[in-house]
Design a protein around this ligand. Structure first.
Ligand SMILES: Cc1cc2nc3c(=O)[nH]c(=O)nc-3n(C[C@H](O)[C@H](O)[C@H](O)COP(=O)(O)OP(=O)(O)OC[C@H]3O[C@@H](n4cnc5c(N)ncnc54)[C@H](O)[C@@H]3O)c2cc1C
Length: 393
């Protein structure tokens, strides 16, 4: 028997659960979330203890949204009584005379129009404040005090709970096989039978490939295999969230980033964009020892007191549009289908983007500036577009 809903959200990660929450909060009473795995599973991009949340970004496209981003999480925290954001401060570092220094300049420039304060620090000041860092005199930094940790797993759970409270239904272990948009509804084929929906919100991140043909889209979305490492430092107190900030090292080749001790009795380190391109079927949950060695080498060189034994490593897949900007829009030619693609930097914006997606699905408009995230922008399907996966470069 075909089940009918006004809204069906596909994907129960941080974007999908936020969209469902905001649809219900906007008064929609007949909303279903379909998820191929269990709710809270660990195979997507919205699992793990921590994701960096920050104002500091390479472009005003994003800094224009960061105040609202923080407000959305604060409101959800107030509603749930749960702490989702831990402010640790954030340190962006680079070596003078490198491309990294230019990136920092872009970050600084993107903060100014929105009066977001940041401190410029030289190597001595950094070493003085965080003696954990072993850096040469040619290193500079930019400190922003609102940066910190979004507990993305808790955030998803909070959004699911609030959505349920507002009447949203969830169908885990249900895989969407195909979408057939018509003029007056969308027919959704799943491995548990058909569903019809007045409107569909697609938030499937690195599984987007499957949905492009049925929506007539020819986007060049790249997938990369990524990894994070937890290292069991014996110096837990030195790396506690109230003594050590989240950090981003704007290296010439690799952009490394890391977290104080949070979620595990360990520090966490990773790099942004490994360059390991894969297809959706090639994704692997087996960590690569080469990455572990790379992360350990970075810690031994720059944060030696953090370099304990590897506690655990996790893999994850990036969903990368060629310009690395979000896609938050209705599908051209299919106004009943709205897509949210986070370009592998959306956890921090999760609740806000859910709000935008709900607005667009309901009315086709939103009060927020989303022109840069249009689904018909040339970068998405222009074969001549030169990919720019490293943000701010
Ligand atoms: C290693 C790593 C580090 C990151 N660090 C940061 C960071 O520090 N800060 C930050 O802001 N962002 C960061 N990100 C990006 C951020 O995590 C993602 O942008 C965000 O989590 C994406 O959420 P999502 O809901 O779009 O995707 P997901 O959480 O992947 O959810 C998509 C869901 O769709 C479901 N699905 C897919 N296909 C189907 C189908 N056919 N039928 C039913 N269900 C389906 C999947 O099972 C999944 O649950 C990082 C990402 C990675 C991988």
């Amino acid at each position: 028997m075909t089940r009918n809903f006004d809204y069906v959200v596909i994907g129960a990660g941080v974007l999908g659960t936020a969209a469902a929450y905001w649809l219900a909060r906007s008064g929609e009473s007949n909303v279903l979330v379909v998820e191929q795995f269990a709710l809270g599973h660990d195979r997507g991009a919205s699992e793990d203890h921590s994701r960096i949340i920050r104002h500091s970004y390479h472009s005003t496209t994003y800094t224009a949204l960061t105040h609202a981003m923080y407000e959305h999480w604060s409101e959800l925290e107030a509603q749930t009584g749960m702490q989702l954001v831990t402010r640790t401060g954030g340190l962006d570092l680079a070596v003078t005379g490198t491309a990294g220094e230019e990136e920092l300049a872009n970050y600084r420039a993107a903060l100014r129009p929105f009066d977001i304060p940041a401190e410029d620090l030289d190597a001595a000041a950094i070493r003085d404040r965080w003696p954990q860092w072993r850096i040469d005199d040619d290193v500079i930094g930019m400190y922003q005090s609102d940066s910190g940790i979004l507990d993305v797993r808790r955030a998803c759970a909070a959004q699911i709970a609030m959505a349920r409270r507002l009447g949203v239904e969830f169908a885990p272990h249900t895989t969407v096989l195909d979408l057939a948009p018509t003029d007056d509804c969308v027919v959704i084929s799943t491995d548990r039978g058909p569903i019809t929906a007045g409107n569909v919100v697609v938030c499937v991140a690195s599984w987007i490939e499957k949905f492009l043909p049925c929506l007539g889209l020819r986007w060049n979305i790249s997938l990369t295999q990524e990894q994070v490492g937890y290292f069991a430092t014996p110096n837990l107190a030195e790396f506690s969230p109230d003594r050590f900030p989240v950090w981003i090292w704007h290296g010439d080749t690799d952009l490394f980033y890391g977290f104080p001790v949070y979620g595990e009795a360990a520090v966490k380190i990773s790099r942004d964009f490994s360059g390991r391109f894969i297809t959706s079927d090639e994704r692997s949950s087996r960590p690569d020892p080469e990455d572990t060695a790379l992360f350990r080498a970075f810690l031994e060189q720059r944060l030696p007191a953090a370099a304990g034994p590897e506690l655990l490593s996790k893999t994850c897949v990036y969903d990368l549009p060629p310009d690395r900007d979000f896609v938050i829009d209705r599908v051209p030619g299919h106004p009943r289908v709205t897509i949210g693609l986070g370009a592998a930097h959306a956890a921090k914006f999760g609740n806000l983007l859910g709000h935008l997606l709900a607005d667009l699905a309901r009315t086709g408009t939103t009060a927020f500036a989303v022109d840069a995230f249009r689904a018909d922008r040339p970068a998405l399907d222009d074969p001549a577009f030169v990919s720019a996966f490293r943000m701010g470069r």
